[in-house]
Design a protein around this ligand. Sequence first.
Ligand code: FAQ
Length: 328
Amino acid sequence: MYGGGNTFEKITATKLEDEDPILLQEFEEKIAKGGKIEPQDWMPALYRKQLTRMIEQHAHSEIIGALPEGTWITRAPGFRRKRAILAKVQDEIGHAQLLYSAAETLGKTREAMINDLVTGKSKYSNIFNYPAYTWADAAVIAWLVDAAAIVNQTANAKGSYGPYSRALDRICIEESFHLKYGHDAVVYLATGTDMQRQMVQEALNRWWKPLMHFFGPPDKQSKHTEILMRWKVKMGTNDEMRNQFMDMYVPKIWELGLDIPDAELGKDEETGIWSFADPDWEEFKRVINGDGPLNKERLAVRKAVENNSEWIRKAILSPESKYVVPLA
Ligand code: FAQ
């Protein structure tokens, strides 16, 4: 029914006010009671559009997110770490596959999604546009970027769209392994030689600001939070998720004797809210709109992979292919 990208754009152009009010009410009541919406169920076009946007961006983030750590597979210190980072990178690509499949249930084809990624039409997480200069960068990504992802995704796994919440459940289990592996790698460096401690401190200094950006703009600047919270797609606001991350991980970072590069960081014990210095939201905007340190390189790699593997997709998907199972 929803063949290509153009068809999908037309279907999702309907305004919320134009929806059937009775169907809309039933839909919202089901969500309010904690019910799941499945692909065949009625849903407002805006729900379809918002979910597609968010799941698609998430899928792109996983596939691009494999690149900074991917460059460390051959250089990881020792066979044990090489095996672990190889498995992690493979998992991230698997997460992208799960998420593209979940997004496809909403009607946009995978081809259209990949096309929107490589042409720069779709966004993906800000954080993967920064370089991983040293092994400590790979360790900090595996610990803290995965931790940030888990905070966001364990909450949203309880969300209203069945295919997305089931994909998130599975992803979070794997991300928990990644976090343990990343924590182990950071602890090793933080309790190592002076040079190793310096290396991990410098990596933390590089990643802290992108980590603050990772949860999205402050709530008062967020465009989509209100409707996504109403429909239980997002289960916490950007500020709530950021605060939860700081609450869980700032003490763990301090425990290791590492400094967080923010002189204004502190928690109000009464409200439980962390305050922090402005992480430069202008930089965030530049990075998510294509002008970060490595945006062009990341997309160029992705585009090259797509071009180089086109013959494989053609061979497998052609009607003559012995790999295509005929529909019964
Ligand atoms: N990066 O109105 P809001 C991972 C955009 S997975 C880029 O607040 P929303 C695993 C936003 O799209 C990481 N763009 O947006 C891993 C919107 O632009 P648009 C990804 C961002 O959707 C670990 C505009 O700003 N996780 O790390 C970002 O309500 C290690 C306005 O913002 C997910 O995708 C950003 N950080 O909230 C892999 C989780 N933040 O579309 C490898 C699912 C905002 O209007 C190694 N997504 N923008 O042009 C979400 O939870 C939400 O979409 C947010 C943003 C919280 C990211």
